[in-house]
Each structure stands twice: as structure tokens, then as C-alpha cells.
Design a protein around this ligand. Structure first.
Ligand code: FMN
Length: 187
């Protein structure tokens, strides 16, 4: 499968790194787009080498200002897109159809072409504006999945939490996360 992975400047860069790792482990071809906000948060949260490391794992890397990239068009075939973590700025821009950078444009393409779009908005607490954006996107067909861990899954570390949340993202994208996903077997 061909997947667009967008990373924006919300907290949770570890989710992007783990989602990318699992996407590659699942055999996906990944088009990576990193927002200017994420260029700031990724090194702050994961260290100075993390940006290059992420870009090194992806199959294709697009600049967020490259509006002529293939993923900006519905005629270019991609199967699904994830935005993880998703900032409130990007969330609002997609909810209002701005298409003002490659991430919001590619997301708009996914919605108009009725393809899967999985969004992991990260903010707390949430304002009415944030909630309205999530409602609008849900109504448009996006899967809006805040990165909240399953507390029943006996997760011990932040890496466990990231693995579990990334695995669910893969599942919603239509990929098999394998053992990374803890499946409830009954109580
Ligand atoms: C360390 C740090 C953490 C941030 N965390 C969040 C967050 O969790 N959620 C959010 O919506 N914005 C957060 N921001 C603010 C966004 O980065 C900012 O709104 C940015 O303009 C988003 O742009 P983008 O959507 O193009 O990435 C954070 C900024 C910094 C520097």
C-alpha cells in the first residue's frame, strides 16, 4: 500500500517515528511530509538527529511547501493518509478546506476522493473551535482518533504507548499491525 504520513507541530513526535517504523515493517510505501511546526517540535522532543532519521526511513519525502508534489492531486493514486500528531492549526485548516500547504491539500484530496484519512489531533483541554473541527472532519469521513492509550493494555513505558497508538493507526489505514496491537481477549 502507498501511504501518506504527515507530521505536524503538535506534541507527540514519538508517534510519528513509531508509525513510520510500523508502516515500513508492514511493507507500506511511505510518502512523508513534515510541517514547519514539526520541524521545530521533532528535534525538541526526539533530539537533533531525529528529523534526518525520519526522512531517511521514508520512501519519498516531500517539502511541505511543494504544492506540485504528486500527492497534491487526486489523480495520483495513494491508498490512505495519516496525520500524526495533528496540530490544532492543521486540523482547523483541513476542516475548512484551506489546502494551503501540502499536508492540508493532500488531506483535502483524501476527503474529496473518499479515501481513508486518519487524524490524531493532540491538544488538551479542547476548545469549541477544536471540537468543531473534529466534528466537521468526522462528518466528512475522516477517522479522528486522538492519541489516547488503551489503559487496559498494561502499557509500561512511553514507547509501549506509542507502539499501541501507532498500531491502531495502521489498522485504521487498512494495514495489519501484527503483534504491535494488543487485542482484547475478554476479561
Ligand atoms: C514544543 C511545542 C509543542 C506544541 N504542542 C502542540 C500541541 O500539542 N498541539 C497543538 O495543536 N499545537 C502545539 N504546538 C503549536 C504548533 O506547533 C503551532 O500551532 C504550529 O503553528 C502548528 O503548525 P503546523 O500545523 O503547520 O505544524 C506546539 C509547539 C511547540 C513548540
Amino acid at each position: 500500500m502507498k501511504i501518506v504520513l504527515a507530521v505536524t507541530g503538535a506534541s507527540g513526535a514519538i508517534l510519528a517515528r513509531e508509525t513510520l517504523r510500523q508502516l515500513k515493517a508492514a511493507g507500506a510505501s511511505v510518502h512523508l511530509v513534515i510541517s514547519h511546526g514539526a520541524e521545530r517540535t521533532i528535534p525538541l522532543e526526539l533530539g537533533p538527529a531525529a528529523l534526518d532519521a525520519l526522512r531517511g526511513v521514508a520512501d519519498v519525502v516531500h517539502a511541505v511547501d511543494d504544492m506540485a508534489a504528486p500527492i497534491a492531486s487526486g489523480s495520483y493514486r495513494v491508498d490512505a493518509m495519516a496525520i500524526t500528531p495533528c496540530s490544532m492549526r492543521t486540523l482547523a485548516a483541513i476542516a475548512h478546506g484551506f489546502g494551503d500547504n501540502l499536508i492540508t491539500r493532500a488531506a483535502d484530496v483524501m476527503l474529496k476522493e473518499r479515501r481513508r484519512l486518519v487524524i490524531a489531533p493532540r491538544e488538551a483541554p479542547l476548545t469549541e473551535a477544536h471540537l468543531n473541527s473534529m466534528l466537521a472532519l468526522t462528518r466528512m469521513g475522516a477517522i479522528v482518533a486522538p492519541p489516547v492509550p488503551p489503559f487496559y493494555a498494561d502499557l509500561k513505558t512511553i514507547d509501549d504507548v506509542a507502539r499501541e497508538i501507532a498500531a491502531r493507526t495502521l489498522s485504521w489505514l487498512g494495514l495489519d499491525p501484527g503483534d504491535a496491537l494488543t487485542r482484547w481477549q475478554g476479561g
